[in-house]
Design a protein around this ligand. Structure first.
Ligand code: PHE
Length: 451
């Protein structure tokens, strides 16, 4: 077997894992959920669930991954006894399937980012009709750009962890942060922004236990941190043994939540600014008119208020968003590819192209049946599969894997582990508290439990 790749430094891992976590989930998905679930109440619940659930489960994935140093299925099998092996296979393959299905809708949205970026370039060149086509929803546009996005993603994964994934993650993420901050500063000068911030920052606490809001926030917390599919387990398997895992995990979680929060500070006011400029955002029943297209409506409306400079800003924004989407999609594709490579002996190149093409075929089916399949696949994967697989990971970390062996794993990067607060709380916490919270939210949303 070829030598396994490893991240070349701590910084490289933090950037790659943050690159996976930070993506369309933060900037496209999060604001949609905030806007559909009453603003601040959603933000509050999402943040609480990230700390209560997502961080502990992120740790479970990273620790198992680094211990086993293999793809997800093999990693889970390695920490299992003979009676739990079937569960390890089931969990591993369910994760692989979920990662692939997530990629299949994610790539469609990422394709829109490329199209909007090119749209701004076309506008700069005075090609207005072409710009119109690029930025309008159509079958052909969606087909072309989703395919382009796959070529980018597959090309990078085919080249391997160290050279492919790191290079992209390390350079461009900081630029995206600076751009969003500059746009937040700009939007504060616009009419309507203050109302947006009020809605975003003032939680209506009477809504936080609403079942739809809770399940949506739960799904968002998992999706945004790339949990419950095995991505973080695979990335964990590329971390060197000398690193302190709890700290690395905390850094990634904080970066991810920080970017989502910033994206909200930009997009929610942008909705109200657009409304003040005559764009209709909500229908009479108070629902978003076009939720999938939210940021593709309100941000271009904002860029337009900047005149010529807005075209450049738009080009930059959508280009950076495309890159943020690539650093996430490569981490999704890495889940099935690392399995095909390590457990089925395929070369990385052929595994990347074979698996990538199969998932592209799924995206094409979704594009042809957009109205029925797009929302359905999103709900099935992010609202249901990810939290459920997350619980299974907790069961592996808390019940299946022997505690001594886990402690030894953690001690490699932090010899004093046994005396840390993390070790005093976390093992029991993932064993009991995390599964109970997830189950309670599920039962609440199905009306089986009232609180
Ligand atoms: N976390 C990514 C985002 O927010 C999406 C993702 C989900 C990536 C699952 C990998 C695995 O965009």
């Amino acid at each position: 077997m070829a030598a396994r790749g490893e991240f070349s430094s701590r910084m490289a891992f933090v950037l790659a894992a943050s690159g996976s976590a930070i993506g369309l989930g933060n900037i496209w998905g999060f604001p949609i959920k905030v806007a559909s679930n009453g603003g601040g109440a959603f933000v509050f619940t999402y943040v609480v669930l990230t700390f209560l659930l997502a961080y502990p489960i992120l740790m479970a994935e990273l620790i198992i991954g680094r211990h086993a140093k293999s793809d997800t299925v093999t990693s889970l099998v390695k920490i299992s006894g003979s009676s739990t092996k079937p569960l390890a296979f089931l969990t591993g393959y369910w994760g692989i399937l979920t990662a692939s299905l997530i990629l299949s809708f994610y790539a469609i949205v990422a394709g829109w980012m490329i199209a909007f970026g090119l749209g701004s370039a076309a506008e700069l060149l005075g090609m207005n009709e072409f710009k119109e086509w690029l930025t309008s929803f159509s079958l052909y546009r969606n087909l072309i750009f989703v395919s382009l996005f796959y070529i980018l993603t597959i090309g990078i994964v085919a080249n391997g962890v160290a050279s492919g994934i790191e290079k992209w993650s390390t350079r461009l993420m900081p630029m995206l942060i600076v751009l969003i901050l500059a746009l937040i500063a700009y939007i504060s000068t616009q009419n309507g922004a203050a109302e947006g911030w009020r809605v975003y920052l003032q939680p209506d606490f009477s809504r936080i236990l609403n079942p739809d809001l809770l399940i949506s926030a739960l799904g968002q917390a998992f999706f945004s941190l790339s949990l419950g599919v095995g991505t973080m387990m695979v990335y964990g398997s590329y971390i060197s043994k000398s690193e302190n895992l709890p700290k690395l995990g905390a850094t990634v979680a904080l970066m991810d939540i920080g970017i989502a929060f910033m994206a909200g500070l930009l997009v929610i006011p942008a909705m109200y600014v657009a409304q003040a400029n005559g764009v209709t955002i909500y229908n009479e029943a108070g629902a978003l008119i076009d939720s999938d297209g939210l940021i593709f409506t309100v941000l271009p409306a904002l860029f337009k208020t900047m005149g010529f400079a807005g075209i450049i800003v738009s080009l930059l924004f959508f280009t950076l968003m495309t890159i943020a989407a690539v650093t996430s999609s490569i981490s999704m594709l890495e889940v099935p590819v690392s399995h095909a490579q390590e457990s089925h002996g395929m070369s990385r190149k052929s595994a990347s192209w074979a698996v990538g093409t199969a998932i592209l075929a799924t995206s094409i089916i979704i594009v042809f049946n957009f109205g029925t399949l797009f929302g359905l696949v999103i709900d099935l994967t992010t609202k249901y599969s990810e939290p459920l697989i997350g619980i299974l990971f907790c069961i592996f970390a808390g019940w299946v894997w022997q505690r001594d062996s886990m402690l030894k794993e953690l001690e490699q990067g932090s010899p004093d582990m046994q005396n840390t607060l993390f070790w005093k709380i976390w093992p029991t916490y993932v064993k009991v508290v995390c599964p109970v919270i997830v189950l309670a939210v599920f039962m609440h949303s199905f009306g089986l439990l009232n609180f």
